[in-house]
Design a protein around this ligand. Structure first.
Ligand code: NAI
Ligand code: 13P
Length: 333
């Protein structure tokens, strides 16, 4: 039996994933923008978010959350982190209690500091929650370039069943039972991608980028493990894999924000010129609070936070990192 997919969120990644699942399973994507819904149904495109991409013709779009989720056997949340709670609350009355809910967003909720699957479990305590994550730049995957992802769920049997819904051609999906680690890997790397983008924008060089990626992995692993993730997860696709892809790609929106900061642009100006989300900007705030709460040192994230929110310059950030006392590679810092 083919599972029916209901995906909420019509941005670049939501549309890409819906187009992938539509190859395997009947899929409806919900977007709040009627023009996008009509465009997907009539022309099988979503030019605003995926320019020049042709979507799977069987993918249907709807402006109705109810229609999208009421018959779905799996719900996929493709809206950004700060909107997930609101959209899921709206969908809740129509979602059947056993249906798995899979998060695609890579961020943490500002007021509660919660991961997305924690919010799903809070709103829908009976539904199994999971996350699809990994080095998955939408604009590459959509054009059929090979990539690997992880579906993380506590229940291995459900994860295995869903593997077949998300896997497609050159998009290979592995299972993992470490939901916390996988979800944190995806959220925390965005701040490090802003840092490497800043370095690239300021022409810091390839060695600098490699140092930021490596030490960035070290600090996000420290926080991730303190919060309950497994160390090995951060060495896998959801950790190092996503970190490397996002930190080295001009297709990453977080890297783009950093790059423009490195070129001297103001944050407000950069954000106002983008029509897509860069989750790391808000996640940086949450991570500073979490670092304090878990007493974990996160020097790179802290310098990025100061540039984003305390008026520090890119130069201040690099000076701040250089001033930081150098210890053993195995120790924090
Ligand atoms: N684009 C990518 O390459 C990848 C993105 N992600 C993650 O997926 C999540 C979604 O990202 P994208 O699709 O890329 O973002 P996007 O910026 O391309 O699109 C976001 C979509 O969400 C919609 N949206 C925002 N708030 C909403 C609300 N309250 N109600 C209804 N719709 C709302 C917007 O209208 C837009 O269609 C993010 O957390 C991102 O980190 C994860 C992997 C890859
Ligand atoms: O998470 C991503 C790739 O895995 C996408 O990164 P950006 O949101 O920075 O574009």
């Amino acid at each position: 039996m083919k599972l029916k997919v209901g995906l909420l969120g019509g941005g670049s990644w939501g549309t890409t994933v819906a187009s992938l699942t539509a190859k395997n399973s009947p899929t409806i994507i919900w977007a709040r923008d009627e023009e996008i819904v009509n465009e997907i149904n009539e022309f099988h495109t979503n030019e605003k978010y995926l320019p020049h991409a042709k979507l799977t013709p069987s993918l249907r779009a709807s402006t109705s959350i109810k229609e999208t989720v009421e018959d779905a056997d799996v719900i996929v949340m493709g809206v950004p982190s700060q909107s997930l709670r609101k959209v899921l609350e709206e969908a809740k009355p129509y979602i059947r209690p056993w249906v798995p809910v899979i998060n695609l967003a890579k961020g943490l909720e500002l007021n509660t500091k919660k991961r997305m699957t924690e919010i799903i479990e809070e709103i829908l305590p009976e539904n199994p929650a999971g996350v699809l994550t990994g080095p998955n730049l939408a604009k590459e995957i959509h054009f059929g370039k090979a990539a690997a992802a992880v579906i993380a769920m506590v229940d291995h049997n459900i994860a295995s069943r869903l593997q077949t819904v998300f896997s497609s051609g050159l998009f290979r999906v592995y299972t993992n039972d470490d939901v916390i680690g996988c979800e944190l890997g995806g959220a925390l790397k965005n701040i490090i991608a802003i840092a490497t983008g800043m370095g690239d924008g300021a022409n810091a060089g390839d060695n600098t980028r490699a140092a930021i990626i490596t030490r960035g992995l070290s600090e996000l692993t420290r926080l991730g493990v303190a919060m309950g993730g497994k160390k090995s997860t951060f060495a896998g696709l959801a950790g190092m894999g996503d970190l490397v892809a996002t930190c080295s790609s001009s297709k990453s929106r977080n890297h783009h924000v950093g790059f423009q900061l490195g070129r001297g642009k103001k944050l407000e100006e950069i954000i106002s010129e983008m029509n897509e989300v860069a989750e790391g900007v808000k996640t940086a705030k949450v991570v500073m609070e979490l670092a304090k709460e878990y007493q974990v040192d996160m020097p790179i994230s802290r310098e990025i936070y100061k540039v984003l929110y305390e008026g520090n310059t890119v130069n201040d950030a690099f000076k701040g990192l250089i001033k930081y006392e150098v210890g053993s590679e195995k120790e924090p810092g």
